[in-house]
Unconditional design. Structure first.
Length: 382
């Protein structure tokens, strides 16, 4: 038995969790062990990409290894891979064929534009060579449906969804970053599948929560609370980039609980979320940024809401390690993340009359930099 699968665009239904394959890269045998644990957690959807180092060939070998043992989820594995924007039609066609060869499959259940992050990327995918490539993949049956992943602005994501070209999307929608939640809801209402990108890691390093956050989320573990919040919001599936089988413990726990019908009730969930929000608001006091985005645009291009969100997490819930990690990627990850940190603030004051809460934004930005600036860490890929 298994819990009901969840609709995902125009493709087959998917599990509540999706196994991301960018970390289980020790060997094909290691990948196979993680796949086995994913099966044990009720997972049927795999997400990979040529940009994830040896992920595709390792995954293809692991799938053949499990197939030889007669192991597969009910209905078989569903596989989504990606293609970076910018190539011409012929190069994109060869990239897709190469992915299929590495994976050892005849088609993809999902083909996504990997990082639709800029207006140029959207033009490529909607009106340029990318549009021809995506249509060719559908017409030839090499992909069941097409979608995109995005680290871009809410406005860009809204524009991409409005094209009508995509049947699924992968977005940064998290318990501790709900900026894109309205976009996710709109996509779901339109029948577009939504995958939440890395709620365990990029959602706040919730697999290793600080003591303050553990107390704030009680009686739930922070990761469990985040998972339950997103699934309760109707998000189609949550990506889980497991590096080892043990990383799937919370997904398996959720699956076993769903089978037994002992999931947390909505009143318990709502009460825990209310306590969490109240705890953070009390610690931040009058300096809490409400993430309304009324301060934008900044004349100097400072991403004010995102920077103050990191300050909210550090001060409000003791999430300094996560906030520092994200803050120190700024300017070092190209179009995958913000390019300006709080040092770009010129204290011009343009944001001050716009803030409905009267926040001293330049002062808070300076405090953010003082708290979070540290030696940078290298991104996993790129």
């Amino acid at each position: 038995m298994r819990p009901a699968r969840r609709p995902f665009g125009s493709g087959p239904p998917v599990s509540a969790f999706t196994l991301g394959t960018m970390r289980a890269l020790e060997s094909p045998d290691h990948m196979a062990a993680v796949l086995g644990a994913a099966m044990g957690a009720g997972i049927n959807h795999l997400e990979t990409a040529p940009a994830y180092g040896p992920a595709e060939p390792f995954l293809g070998q692991a799938l053949r290894q499990l197939q030889s043992q007669g192991l597969a989820p009910e209905g078989g594995w569903l596989i989504t891979s990606k293609i970076l924007p910018g190539c011409d039609l012929a190069a994109g066609q060869e990239q897709l064929r190469s992915s299929l060869r590495r994976l050892g499959v005849a088609r993809l259940d999902g083909l996504a534009v990997h990082g639709l992050n800029t207006p140029e990327h959207l033009i490529w995918a909607d009106r340029g060579p990318g549009a021809d490539l995506l249509q060719w993949a559908l017409d030839t049956g090499l992909a069941t449906q097409v979608g995109f992943t995005s680290h871009g602005s809410p406005a860009l994501i809204a524009e991409a969804l409005a094209t009508g070209r995509f049947r699924f999307c992968s977005l940064h929608v998290h318990l501790f970053d709900q900026t894109r939640l309205p976009l996710a809801r709109a996509a779901l209402d339109a029948g577009i599948g939504v995958l939440a990108i890395s709620p365990a890691d990029k959602g706040g390093r919730l697999y290793d929560p600080p003591p303050q956050l553990l107390a704030d989320c009680a009686p739930f573990h922070p990761l469990e609370l985040a998972y339950r919040f997103l699934l309760d919001q109707g998000i189609s599936t949550l990506s889980l980039g497991a590096a080892q089988p043990a990383d799937l413990v919370w997904a398996e726990r959720w699956w076993r609980g769903a089978l037994a019908g002992d999931g947390a009730s909505r009143p318990r969930l709502a009460a825990a979320l209310e306590r969490l929000g109240r705890a953070g608001a009390e610690r931040l006091g009058a300096d809490r940024c409400g993430q309304c985005r009324a301060c934008l645009p900044c004349p100097n291009g400072v991403p004010i809401p995102e920077l103050l969100r990191l300050r909210n997490l550090a001060v409000g819930h003791g999430m300094e390690a996560f906030a520092q990690e994200r803050y120190n990627l700024i300017g070092r990850a190209g179009h995958w993340w913000e390019t300006l940190n709080a040092e770009a603030c010129q204290a011009c004051g343009a944001c001050l009359p716009r803030c409905p809460h009267g926040l001293p934004i330049p002062t808070l930005l300076a405090d953010t930099h003082r708290r979070l600036a540290a030696a940078p860490r290298r991104r996993l890929w790129g």
